[in-house]
Design a protein around this ligand. Structure first.
Ligand SMILES: Cc1ncc(COP(=O)(O)O)c(C=O)c1O
Length: 452
């Protein structure tokens, strides 16, 4: 059982969760202070910035992890969605161990990369050929390069709020105000070729009307793994529109791939993209990504060196043997669909439980989501589809509420991925019960005035 840090929660201590959690976590605090001397902001991923400071984890197994101060936490971050089978899943650990004794990096072709690609081709409906990359970001970058090479066009259309990694060409319109760029340091010229449109059929039709768009890239789950659901039928419409415009349709299934089903969203929706970017579960929790799709498009990678349509793609860690070993082990487990069904079932129970807690507390809102994910939406009574992109991305929460909720849940032994989470096949009914109880206790101790 996860050990709550809030032994006195029943007595409603006056301390706000952020203060109580800070007091109970001197180990995470002192590591943050040390890290700030050598790591910008003390973190290595933007998403780990947290108030009052990030939680530091010593060890993880199954659905749980243990922080530096010895607290046991039910984990819903799950390797940023990479761990559908849970932390340190035995078949994955065994495969990585075995490969580590064979060869870390032979700097040569190897059998595992072939077996890994065969699994992808077997599972993903659109997959004819696969090129492995070192991350999901690199996968979306390569997919766009292939689309430009194949069409001879430059323009890219992306949907507002959708995330495709941190490379320059997709760093537009992901965060409020949903135009772009999202970051300093992006060349201004890219703003002329990347168009951000809302997720609606008319906007897409307008953007494609000039016949000059190389690719439309989108998360087929809806932005941020379904935080912002897509309008019904949009995937089929965008498929028709892109086909008619001679534009390459890229599904970014870095999160949804192998999670929504063994074949990703595309297998469930029955809509086949031209290219698919993969990552996370693909590599079983090790670093990795890949582009798959039509053989004629991937074929640009194997054109002769002097062919002007050849797409170059080196990369020291492409199809790294340890990632390949972990990926093969994970995909072999996932191909039956059973881990997904188990995780989906638990996530549905969790969403229902969290929604009931809000109702019982008289707080408008719900937990929603598809597959084995959940997202909190607080302060909004209607369906998520009726809320704005800004509201959904923030979970309806002010930054203060978000911080207090996050640390409140940590105090109760639950690590949320901000207002969302990934459920794995290693989670249990007991984890769900614990999380629902933790949510009720956390709501009860939030400082007055934070909840709507
Ligand atoms: C939909 C989506 N695409 C691409 C990426 C980038 O993948 P990576 O972090 O492996 O570069 C992410 C990462 O979270 C993602 O969620």
């Amino acid at each position: 059982m996860a050990a709550g840090q809030n032994e006195i929660s029943g007595t409603a201590p006056p301390m706000a969760p952020t203060d109580a959690w800070a007091a109970a976590n001197p180990g995470s605090k002192s590591l943050t202070q040390r890290a700030r001397r050598v790591l910008p902001g003390g973190v290595t991923h933007d998403v780990r910035r947290a108030v009052p400071f990030p939680v530091a984890v010593a060890r993880a197994e199954g659905s749980h992890k243990w922080d530096l101060d010895g607290h046991e936490l039910v984990c819903y971050v799950m390797g940023h969605g990479a761990l559908l089978l849970g932390h340190s899943a035995q078949p994955v650990v065994a495969a990585v161990r075995q490969q580590a004794t064979q060869a870390f990096h032979p700097g040569a072709s190897h059998e595992l990369e072939c077996e890994w690609a065969e699994l992808v081709v077997d599972l993903v409906p659109s997959a004819e050929l696969v090129r492995f990359t070192a991350s999901g970001t690199e996968a979306s970058l390569l997919a766009l390069r292939l689309a430009r090479a194949a069409t001879g066009r430059e323009r890219i259309v992306k949907l507002a709020g959708h995330f495709h990694g941190w490379h320059d060409q997709v760093s537009f319109g992901t965060d409020p105000p949903f135009r772009g760029p999202d970051t300093a340091g992006v060349p201004g010229v890219l703003g002329q070729v990347v168009t951000v449109v809302p997720a609606d059929a008319q906007a897409l039709a307008d953007a494609l009307g000039g016949g000059d768009v190389a690719a439309v890239i989108l998360e087929p789950s809806g932005a941020a793994w379904g935080t912002v659901p897509l309008p019904a039928g949009l995937l089929a419409t965008v498929r028709e529109l892109t086909r008619a415009a001679g534009t390459i349709l890229v599904f970014d299934e870095v999160v949804s791939g192998f999670r929504w089903s063994p074949g990703g969203v595309q297998a469930v929706a029955g809509v086949t993209p031209d290219l698919t970017a993969l990552g996370k579960i693909l590599a079983g929790g090790m670093p990795g990504g890949g582009v798959t799709g039509r053989a004629d498009l991937l074929g640009h990678l194997s054109r002769a060196g002097d062919d002007p349509l050849r797409v170059a793609h080196p990369g020291t860690h492409n199809a790294h043997p340890l990632s390949a070993a972990a990926g093969i082990a994970a995909l072999s487990e996932c191909r039956s669909g059973e881990p997904q069904r188990r995780a989906d079932r638990l996530a549905a129970a969790l969403r229902a439980g969290l929604t009931s807690v809000l109702a019982e507390a008289g707080v408008p809102g719900r937990a929603y989501g598809e597959s084995s994910t959940f997202h909190l939406l607080i302060g909004h009574a209607g369906e998520p589809e009726q809320a704005s992109l800004e509201t959904l991305k923030a979970g309806g929460m002010s930054p203060e509420l978000s911080a207090e909720l996050h640390t409140g849940m940590l105090l109760e032994g639950v690590h949320l991925f901000h207002g969302s989470g990934f459920v794995s096949a290693a989670h249990t009914e007991r984890d769900v019960e614990l999380t629902v109880a933790a949510f009720a206790a956390t709501l009860a101790r939030l400082p007055a005035g934070l909840l709507p």
